[in-house]
Each structure stands twice: as C-alpha cells, then as structure tokens.
Design a protein around this ligand. Structure first.
Ligand code: DON
Length: 558
C-alpha cells in the first residue's frame, strides 16, 4: 500500500504525540539506593562489569548480608519486585521463608495457651526455611546476565577483608550480647572480650566468606541439597530447631503477579501476598482517592491518611496470609468500589475507634530488615525488601557457616487475635501450618505517573506499608527523593488503636486538631524506617537516589 504524504505526516504526528511508555524510555543512567555505601558500591561494581539491575540486586543483597547482617542475610528471606524494560514485565520474586514441615499450629503456645514470644523470637524454632539464596539464584539465572560468581564477588571480598563497625550494628550487637557470648564462633567475630567491639573495628567474617564462595562455586543448590544443606540441618537441630533435609530440598522461590492499582492517574505496582504491603497500600490509596488532599488543611489531610491506614491494616489482620494456603478476597480489597464503602464509614471530624470496625503497644522501632532500590541505564528496576525479622534474626548462627538464622516464624499469628512482635494481630489466615509462608509487611513498590517513576521501600515491620503510602503521596506531590526519605512519619496499624508519630511529624496545631477528633496520639521516642528511594523524571531525564537519613546508607547515580 502506498501512503500519501499527508497521511504519512498525520501518522508521524500521532506517534510523536503519543507519550512514550516506560518500556520505550531508557534513563541512560543507573541508580542504587541501599542501606550501606559498600552495598551500593557492590551493585555499581557489577553494573560496571556489564550486569543489569537484576545482577546488581544479587550483589547488593549479598553485600548487605555481610555489612548489614542485623537486617538480612542468607539465613533469611524477602521479596524482589522486578520490572524488565525490554518487554515491560512486572513480576515479584517471593523468596519468603516457609514454616518447616514439623511446624504446627500451636507450636508457640505455652501450657496456659498464651503465645511464648521467647520461642518465636529467640529460639531455633523461630527460624523459617530460608529463602534468600533461592531468590538470588532465580534473579541471576532468569533475569541477570552475569554468573553468580561475579555478582557474589564483592560480598565475598567484604566478608574476607572486613568492614568497619558502625553505630547501628554496634548497638544491635549490644542487644544480642548474651546470646552471642554463648556461641564461640559468633563471639570470635562479633565480640571483643565479651563486649561489642569499638566503632571502626574491622569485622571479618571468614566463615561467611567460605559459605558465599561455596555458593559462587557450586551454585545455590548446595544450600538446599548439598554439603551446605547437611551442615545447616545438623546445626539447626543441634540448636533445638526442626529443619530437615527435605524442608531445604523442597524450598523454591516463586514468581508471583504483583498487586497493581491506580492513584490519581499514577500506576502503583507493589508486593503481593504473602507480603501484605501491596494490598494495604492500594486499599489505603483507593480510600484517599475520594478526597482532594491538596485542598484540605494539614490536620484533616493527616486524619484521612491515618483513617485509610487504619482500615487497610484492619483488612490485613482479618484476611491476609499465604496465597498457597488461604483464599483471599484480593480483587475486592483493592477495588475502588470497596474503598467507596469504607469512605462511607469515615468522618472528617472524628477518628473511628478501631474497636468500631468489625474484626479481630508500641512496636519495636528499628531498622532491622533492609530495602534497596535499583534502576539501570536500560530502565530495568528492582525494589528488594529482604529480612531476618528482628536484629540479627534470632541471634543464633549455624555453626561453621557464618549464617544467622531468621526469626520470621514470629510473623505468623501464633494465636489468632494475639499480637506478634510488631503488635500486629492476625487471623486464621496467617496461622502456622507446615510449609506455609508467614505474612510479611514488605512493600517494595514502583509508582509510575505520567511524569516520572519512583522505586521505593523500607524496613520497619508493621510500619513499612504506612511509610510507603506517605512516600507515594509525597512523590505524587512533586517531592524529591531526598525529601521523601527524610520526611517525618505518622502511622496507624488498626490495633493498637494509636496514631503514632515521629518527633516533628505533627505541628502543635495538628496535635490539638487530631486529638479533638478523638485520635489517641503517641509520640515515638525514636524515628523509624530506613527508606531507599530512586526517582526518575521523564521530562528532564533527572535520576535521583536517596537513602534515609535515619540510617547510614547511600544513594548513588552512575
Ligand atoms: O516481613 C515482615 O513484615 C517483618 N519480618 C519485617 C521486619 C522488619 O522490618 C524489622 N525492622 N524493623
């Protein structure tokens, strides 16, 4: 067919006017925000060797296991939200821990029928079957370009040559001092004369280096079916745990469709169950979409944000769990009509008591768990939230491996209706069952508006999703990456029925106005979270990477 010139011009004009989809754009620059400068540098090193964002995610995760072992590690798990630029694929790698086959519904209940926190947090029973190594393998093999050996190299070097001790890790060694002192190999690395080492002490982890080298040489299957698997099972059982070789051999990281929503024209892509983050985030944004927040006074705006958090976290408590075990009304929970119903119960002038919502104390703040955000020059992205649960997991290490065991079993509802270590309540949907994944608050998220992109996430247990909600609103209000990570935070998680806020997050006038509406306010003694954000402005091409000033991380643009 021969097209006449005017038709051709018309076609050209139409195509020129059509906004480019994110898949058709490439930033031309790479950016990494992570909780430690050495981890960001590991990612950069791998990008410079020809790796993409997915290889960098492997390098950053492995490096964090070495230099931020309070937050994540090979003995833990996590969620990696990916975007592949070549075809626009969005997918989540679920590397969440699973309950061992010998786990049971009431395993953490004492003779009085009450949950025994010590067992679900500090014993070897607290450890779910680790998922992070399987997640890294899937990332590298299916999405990366480089062999695992190359991506693990920086982490191996950090483990061998050491990293200088910094305040956050030192403080958490102090908290785990008693349990470290009882483990000879742990004490040799992490204690000096029974006390935490001085700041700046070079921490070398030769056993962890050897473990990482094994993975680089023999592949991650060694962790699940090889020599390392045997060592893990023997070690965990000696510590009183219930892992078996079959548990490890059966573990698989799985790919799941992310939760997708929309807020004021922006596309929200976030984690799906067994992470609760995406559903809670999209549900809260759907509630908020019924108001023009920009036109409201700041107290009313914050009141509405808190009320949306309250309602979305209520649904988390009632409905959510492992999708392989429970049927959840996901489509309904993230539907705009459902949010419209929730808005009908919401008053502008009054807090809704959580007890008034149908259904089922201040959580430890902190920056255990870790998040990183990566964008490469082609536009591939990773938002990764990986965790051991509480600082250094249970504090127990598998002898001979340098691997700390997670205490993620506490993320289950040991007793439906009773709060866990984050004061989160859950229902039967999140009860313990053999082979089941515990519900997570992880919220690795992409926000794509007409004008730009944000890659975001944070540690912070039950606070995580609320932080990402605030970050989403700030991003869509035009704030920079640095402003987003620094902004003071407010939080509500349904139960306890308390509006918690960081120092400086509310003005005196807002405190009075929110109190008058019936909110129970509590100023937190400490700030929470360690958010890592990458943003990309399509019009100017500007890429920013910002690391939360609450931590010591670094955002870098290359
Ligand atoms: O997956 C979860 O929801 C928790 N294990 C996360 C723990 C966490 O963020 C600890 N940080 N303060």
């Amino acid at each position: 067919m021969k097209l006449r010139a005017p038709v051709l011009w018309l076609l050209v004009a139409v195509f020129a006017a059509a906004p480019l989809s994110a898949a058709e754009r490439a930033p031309g620059k790479a950016a990494i925000a992570s909780a430690h400068p050495l981890a960001s540098a590991a990612g950069h090193e791998v990008l410079a060797k020809g790796g993409n964002a997915f290889d960098a995610a492997v390098a950053v995760s492995a490096a964090l296991a070495v230099v931020e072992p309070i937050g994540s590690g090979l003995g833990g798990g996590g969620f990696f939200l990916l975007h592949r630029a070549s075809d626009g694929l969005d997918v989540m790698i679920d590397a969440r821990e699973k309950a061992p086959a010998a786990a049971s519904h009431d395993m953490f209940l004492g003779p009085d029928g009450q949950p025994q926190r010590r067992l679900s947090l500090e014993s070897a029973l607290a450890a779910g079957i680790a998922g992070e190594p399987a997640g890294l393998e899937l990332l590298a093999a299916k999405y990366g370009r480089l062999p695992l050996a190359v991506s693990l190299a920086p982490a191996i070097r950090y483990a061998r040559e050491g990293f200088p001790l910094y305040p956050r890790v030192q403080a958490n060694i102090e908290r785990r001092r008693a349990v470290f002192a009882k483990q000879k190999e742990v004490a040799a690395v992490w204690l000096r004369d029974g006390a935490s080492p001085a700041l700046g002490t070079i921490i070398r982890q030769p056993q962890l280096a050897r473990t990482l080298e094994r993975l680089a040489k023999h592949g991650v299957r060694d962790f699940y079916e090889g020599e390392l698997a045997r060592r893990l099972v023997t070690g965990v059982r000696k510590l009183g745990g219930i892992w078996t070789l079959e548990d490890l051999a059966a573990y698989r990281a799985v790919e799941r469709a992310p939760i997708v929503g929309e807020y004021r024209g922006a596309r929200i892509v976030s984690a799906s169950p067994p992470a609760s983050g995406g559903i809670v985030l999209v549900e809260a944004l759907n509630v908020l979409s019924g108001y023009d927040l920009a036109q409201l006074d700041s107290a009313t705006r914050k009141h509405l944000i808190i009320e949306s958090m309250r309602r979305a976290h209520r649904d988390r408590a009632v409905w959510l769990g492992d999708p392989d075990f429970v049927t959840m009304p996901v489509a309904g929970l993230i539907h705009p009509f459902y949010a419209a119903g929730l808005r009908a119960s919401l008053r502008l002038d009054r807090a809704t008591p959580s007890a008034a919502l149908p259904g089922v104390e201040p959580p430890p703040q902190g920056t255990q768990t870790t998040h990183f955000s990566i964008l490469d020059a082609e536009g591939n992205r990773v938002a990764g939230t990986i965790t051991l649960n509480f600082f250094f997991g249970s504090g127990l290490q598998v002898p001979g491996t340098g691997i700390f065991l997670n205490n993620e079993m506490d993320d289950f509802s040991s007793k439906p209706g009773s709060p866990n270590g984050f004061n989160l309540v859950g229902a039967e949907a999140n009860s313990i069952a053999p082979g089941k994944r515990m519900l997570s608050s992880s919220t690795p998220t992409f926000v794509e508006s007409d004008t730009g992109l944000m890659i975001a996430g944070s540690p912070g247990g039950s606070f995580i999703t609320g932080m990402v909600l605030l970050a989403t609103l700030d991003f869509l209000d035009g704030r920079s990456a640095a402003e987003i990570v620094a902004a003071p935070r407010i939080h509500h998680q349904y139960l306890p029925d308390v509006l918690q806020y960081e120092p400086g997050a509310l003005t005196e006038a807002e405190i009075v106005a929110l109190g008058q509406r019936g909110h129970q306010l509590r100023e937190s003694g400490r700030r929470w979270g360690n958010m890592q954000v990458v943003t990309w402005d399509y019009a100017t091409g500007r890429v920013e990477a910002a690391s939360d000033p609450r931590g010591e991380g670094e955002g870098q643009v290359y």
